[in-house]
Ligand binder design. Structure first.
Ligand SMILES: O=C(O)CCC(=O)C(=O)O
Ligand SMILES: [Fe+2]
Length: 569
């Protein structure tokens, strides 16, 4: 119908529905609010915005009063008195001028306006305060100024180094926040919803457990998240956000009513219809979806989640295990058997290197098969701060090997990252060789990657080894140095809530402990890729997390990681 068409157009226009890339992003890596540093910068910038807008408002109030009184006076005298002129020759500016000029009252009131009201207005707009404010506003909230600088950003530093010696002299100048930043922020809520199973009503008022900051999302913002979820075919989440929006609009407390209720309802209908259709035709493919209807989905979802977490048949179903294990682990459910847990130990490692006799490695076996170790207190605070100081200003949105499609990337990885050359942290590279017992230098590993996650940012479960799946050009020198045999990950900064590193098949998380490192093997000794080291990064719920990834390659490490006849080693 006409109404439906209008709704659809409205929604498409406003909320990216049914079209994956209507924003024409300047580049897939475009972002200005993608790291703590950027968020802090724009938050600090907002203080000057608030200041100029505050004085703007005061000036506007004075200006508003003067203009109102001027127009009122004019309307009540000149306009009213000359409105009824029947002689068309008098109904011209000139004719009216003659009437005003001949009338004591009209002329007197005009004299007053010029000498009093307008001269006050003149005074106001030529005052230093007014001129300063105008200039400050231009400088503070004019995105064009920032956009101009963007050129320099593109020329200066694009986030990766092409040669070993290249240094980032000019740091990027960040463009004005873009709708894509908002898109990614919506997505943070969607991922917190999906992975932890939080309810939209919970997330709307803030997820802090200890503190309430008093912020909440209004109906329009909840609607945008729902519409975003729908555009990505996340039906059950769309339903829950849209239902929340509807309830907010139906409650008397909601102040923002700029989203029409009928639009919310029609989107909700679409989401429910699509959701139920998906179940009918896809069967178990979208295993977490269940038939739903208005008012009912959330309990159903919770029950189903419990079922996923606690049912070994579901957890072990090869089609679903990685995702259900990832969800369960992120939500705090571990599933190592008591027998496995009993076999795990903590010890001081002193054998690998003379250095370790002096400073033994506090080692914990998190899992024996697949082998996952965590080492504690391996980075000094100064080292952490030094790396952070270098890496943080150049963090850019993370890429995913083999794609530059925004939709694809944001599905998998929403962190920000940069690379750290050997020269920038030689001690850390050398230290990494000692604690891993493997060779990293001389191209035995990739350039270390520093990665940051702010609220809702995550890395879905994945394998680090690229196998032969990726095109040759994406694998770069790995074709010579071999695949990623092992990963060494350091926690430089940990989130207050969220942000653990779950190992799906092992059924255990590496827990976020600042200055600790996690080591695991992505390949067997014989060089074949392990299938049981799927892992990820749980979304940060509150705070932020920074890690270093060292991806260690196989070929130069055969010596340190000798071949075995046992294919399971
Ligand atoms: O951030 C984490 O906890 C894991 C990161 C990871 O697996 C990766 O970057 O490959
Ligand atoms: Fe990984």
């Amino acid at each position: 119908s006409e109404q439906e068409a209008a709704n659809e157009e409205y929604v498409e226009d406003q909320y990216l529905l049914f079209d994956a890339t209507p924003l024409e992003p300047p580049s897939f890596a475009y972002g200005s609010l993608h790291s703590l540093d950027r968020l802090m910068e724009w938050s600090m910038k907002e203080e000057s915005i608030v200041e100029v807008l505050g004085s703007r408002l005061e000036l506007l109030q004075t200006e508003y009063k003067l203009i109102t009184s001027y127009l009122k006076d004019y309307n009540e005298s000149t306009r009213m008195a000359t409105e009824g002129l029947h002689d068309p020759s008098k109904n011209t500016p000139e004719g009216r001028g003659r009437v005003v000029g001949s009338s004591a009252v009209l002329a007197h009131r005009m004299t007053n306006r010029y000498t009093s009201t307008i001269s006050k207005l003149q005074e106001l707009i030529s005052s230093d305060a007014y001129i300063d404010n105008q200039r400050n506003i231009n400088e503070t909230i004019h995105p064009e100024l920032i956009k101009m600088l963007k050129d320099r950003e593109e020329k200066s530093y694009n986030g990766t180094f092409t040669t070993e010696d290249e240094t980032p002299e000019a740091l990027p100048i960040w463009p004005w926040p873009h709708k894509l930043d908002l898109y990614r922020s919506d997505l943070s809520f969607i991922h917190l919803h999906e992975i932890y199973g939080f309810f939209p009503a919970q997330m709307r008022v803030g997820l802090e457990v200890d503190t309430k900051y008093g912020g909440f999302l209004n109906a329009k913002q909840c609607f945008a998240i729902g519409a975003h979820a729908l555009s990505r075919y996340y039906y059950y989440m769309a339903i829950e956000w849209l239902e929340l929006t509807k309830n907010l609009l139906l409650s008397a407390d909601e102040e923002d009513r700029s989203i029409p209720l009928d639009i919310v309802s029609s989107l909700l209908d679409i989401a429910i219809k699509e959701h139920n259709l998906g179940i009918k035709y896809n069967g178990t493919e979208e295993f977490y979806t269940r038939p739903t209807y208005e008012g009912q989905p959330t309990e159903e979802r919770l029950r189903y989640r419990k079922y996923i977490y606690h049912s070994p048949t579901i957890r072990e179903n090869p089609q679903f295990n990685a995702v259900s294990q990832y969800w369960a682990l992120c939500s705090g459910v571990t599933f190592q058997t008591p027998k496995t847990q009993k076999s795990l130990k903590c010890f001081y490692e002193m054998k690998r290197h003379p250095y370790l006799y002096i400073n033994p490695l506090k080692t914990e076996i998190l899992s024996e098969n697949p082998p996952v170790f965590q080492f504690y207190d391996v980075l000094a605070n100064d080292t952490i701060e030094d790396i952070k100081a270098k890496a943080v200003p150049r963090l850019q949105l993370s890429e995913v090997v083999g794609t530059d499609d925004v939709e694809q990337i944001t599905k998998h990885r929403t962190s920000a990252g940069t690379f750290m050359r050997y020269k920038e942290m030689p001690k850390v590279y050398e230290h990494s060789e000692i604690i891993s017992g493997l060779k990293l230098l001389e191209k035995a590993s990739e350039m270390a990657q520093v990665v940051e996650y702010t609220y809702g940012r995550y890395y879905i479960y994945h394998a680090d080894a690229l196998e032969d799946e990726e095109p040759e050009e994406e694998r770069g020198y790995m074709t010579e140095s071999g695949d990623r045999v092992a990963t060494l990950l350091y926690y430089l900064e940990t989130a207050e809530y969220g942000g653990d590193t779950p190992f799906c098949a092992a059924g255990v998380n590496a827990r976020r402990v600042r200055a600790s490192a996690v080591l695991w093997y992505n390949m067997y000794r014989n060089g074949t890729v392990r299938e049981d080291v799927y892992h990820g990064a749980c979304p940060v719920i509150h705070g932020h997390k920074i890690i270093i990834n060292h991806w260690i390659h196989y070929n130069q490490n055969w010596n340190y990681f000798p071949c075995s006849l046992n294919p399971l080693e």
